[in-house]
Design a binder for this molecule. Structure first.
Ligand SMILES: [Zn+2]
Length: 210
């Protein structure tokens, strides 16, 4: 089963699509998508995903759920960065031509607000006897947001929102094992802090926001 909604003016992926669990090929090229829904991961049989000529600034990590993906095209979008999880997919072909992120030198980054509080909670949750654990039982919405916890690429400490979004330029052939020549691609990695960014033993670059 395949579906093409190419060359429309779509700004979002119609939500019904993610329930098409027999979908093998989805062509969303030449639209105005700025984001993929997290539920993209429901498409377990999807083999080909065409997203070229959209407005995507990033590919979310839920793409990891598309376990059958073989061909992914994100050419001609915004400054697309790829989630680290893309390493776990076995795609054969990857296309990301005309990615502005590869033409500039990324420099600095952004920090988010409620982060400090979130980290205190995350830290205290490691303690089995902590009050936060008890509180969490009564706050499913909080539990849900904490489930989105990520780990810093340098220190492996937990945090909730992106503190420092960096990219690591990797060879698509060597690291992702794709068969076509997609060259170097920017893999997104998250660092918890400038402290980790400044340790200097990594090859992560901060991304300047446009
Ligand atoms: Zn860190």
């Amino acid at each position: 089963m395949w579906l093409s909604l190419a060359r429309n003016q779509l700004t979002v992926l119609p939500p019904e699509i993610v329930s098409l669990d027999e979908l093998r090929e989805l062509n969303m090229s030449d639209n105005l998508l700025t984001l993929l829904p997290n539920e993209i991961s429901h498409l377990k049989k999807l083999k080909k995903l065409y997203l070229q000529k959209n407005k995507l600034p990033r590919l979310n990590h839920n793409i990891e759920g598309c376990v059958a993906l073989l061909v992914l095209d994100v050419s001609v979008n915004e400054r697309v960065s790829f989630p680290y999880e893309i390493k776990y997919l076995s795609q054969n072909e990857l296309y990301c031509e005309a990615n502005p992120l590869l033409q500039e030198l990324p420099v600095s980054s952004e920090q988010e607000d409620e982060e400090a509080a979130a980290r205190i909670v995350l830290k205290s949750l490691k303690d089995r006897t902590s009050r936060s654990r008890v509180l969490l039982k009564f706050h499913p919405e909080l539990r849900k947001s904490l489930a989105a916890t990520r780990k810093g690429a340098v220190c492996r400490e937990s945090f909730l929102n992106t503190w420092l979004e960096c990219v690591q330029f990797v060879s698509s052939r060597k690291v992702l094992g794709v068969k076509n020549n997609a060259g170097v691609i920017p893999l997104r990695v998250l660092l918890c802090s400038y402290r980790c960014f400044n340790v200097g033993t990594h090859n992560y670059y901060g991304v300047a926001l446009p």
